[in-house]
Design a protein around this ligand. Structure first.
Ligand code: NDP
Length: 333
């Protein structure tokens, strides 16, 4: 069983040398345990948070541990009545080819929905749930409102804009390349997209949001959040989903200087962690799967082949090389 273990806590961007490559024998399951083989490993911006020792929403990964990660795999051997060889499951067994773990740490992927397996890494997995509950529960969109989303061509952001459209809103995305902006407006139905690297951001946002901003789905923070704050409407909602601009920095990035706008516009800013919504996932999965089948939702999975690539590929999330959901394909199904 080959695996990546955390060797030391990174400073700045992750370096392959922050992890060590281990090989050990696969352990056969004991009573109530299951042996799984990894197929997809999800790479997520929060991986960078888990390997710091800052206060966070889960225990940090300890130096020496197998790197934590959300994965999808197939059951090889089972010593638990609810799982059988061939079942497709998800869990948090991390950056390794095989895992032997208690059955209660696994969730079966429903086999009754006619969707490809990669949909469970994206639109029907934690990524899709984040877009769904973040926008609908925290953002409370109303028909005709303007929704702006940062990191819009990423896994979560690309779904947020599409759900905003389903709810009758104007959807505006911010992304770091023209290729990403074109994907948002041409393929996903966003009303406007702004390349935050090549435009004068405040002017470009003002043009894309002529009626101001009612909901900001914030994935980035820093300068982007700051500029958006100057254009929020009265009673705007700011869905604080992520602050990726901060994750590689030991110091908070400066700003937002315009924080006072939250007060001036009587806006509501609310952070959320998707884990709190797990009991409500089945309802959301059913609705998202319906939108998928109706062609109202599209998703893209950006696949990197081979577990060995994980420490290098995780940085694509910070350089913006990924489009849509970034995953590592560890093995074929
Ligand atoms: P993405 O697929 O969106 O990948 C990250 C993207 O962020 C990159 O492609 C890049 O796109 C952009 N980006 C990276 N660094 C910067 C920067 N310094 N300034 C501006 N843009 C940047 O990742 P996810 O969809 O998985 O995650 C998006 C956000 O949602 C993250 O902040 C993540 O932490 C958060 N999240 C929160 C959850 C929760 O429960 N609250 C759950 C899941 C995710 P570009 O080319 O446009 O710069």
């Amino acid at each position: 069983n080959r695996q990546w273990r955390l060797k030391n806590r990174p400073v700045g961007m992750i370096d392959e040398n922050d992890f060590s490559w281990h090989e050990e024998a696969v352990r056969q399951p004991e009573k109530d345990e299951v042996l799984v083989r990894s197929v997809y490993l999800s790479l997520d911006p929060t991986n960078r948070i888990w390997i710091t020792d800052m206060p966070q929403y889960m225990e940090p990964v300890q130096v020496g541990d197998v790197m934590r990660g959300i994965a999808i795999g197939v059951v090889e051997t089972s010593e638990h009545a609810n799982f059988a060889p061939g079942d497709i499951v998800s869990g948090m067994w991390g950056w390794q080819e095989y895992a032997t773990l208690p059955a209660q740490q696994l969730t079966k992927i429903p086999s009754d929905l006619p969707v490809p397996l990669d949909a469970w890494t994206s639109v029907l997995g934690p990524t899709g749930m984040t877009a769904y509950f973040g926008l609908l529960d925290i953002g409370q969109p109303k028909q005709g409102e303007t929704v702006i989303v940062s990191a819009a061509a990423g896994a979560v952001g690309s779904l947020v804009g599409q759900i905003a459209k389903i709810k009758g809103c104007r959807a505006v995305g911010l992304a770091g390349t023209d290729e990403k902006c074109n994907w948002l407006t041409n393929d996903l139905g966003f009303d406007a997209a702004v390349n935050y690297k090549t435009t004068e951001l405040d002017k470009a946002i003002a043009e894309a949001c002529p009626d101001g901003i009612d909901i900001n789905f914030e994935n980035v923070g820093g300068k982007i959040l700051d500029t958006i704050l100057t254009q929020i409407n009265m009673r705007a909602r700011i869905v604080l989903c992520g602050l990726i601009a901060n994750y590689n920095s030991d110091e908070p990035v400066p700003g937002p200087y315009h924080f006072a706008q939250i007060l001036m516009q009587r806006a509501r800013l609310e952070g959320f962690i998707i884990l709190d919504y797990i009991p409500q996932f089945p309802h959301a999965i059913a609705e998202m799967a319906t939108w998928l089948a109706e062609g109202k939702l599209k998703y893209k999975v950006d696949v990197v082949k081979g577990l060995k690539e994980a420490p290098t590929a995780v940085n694509y999330l910070f350089t913006g090389r990924n489009i849509g959901k970034l995953v590592v394909q560890v093995s074929d199904l």
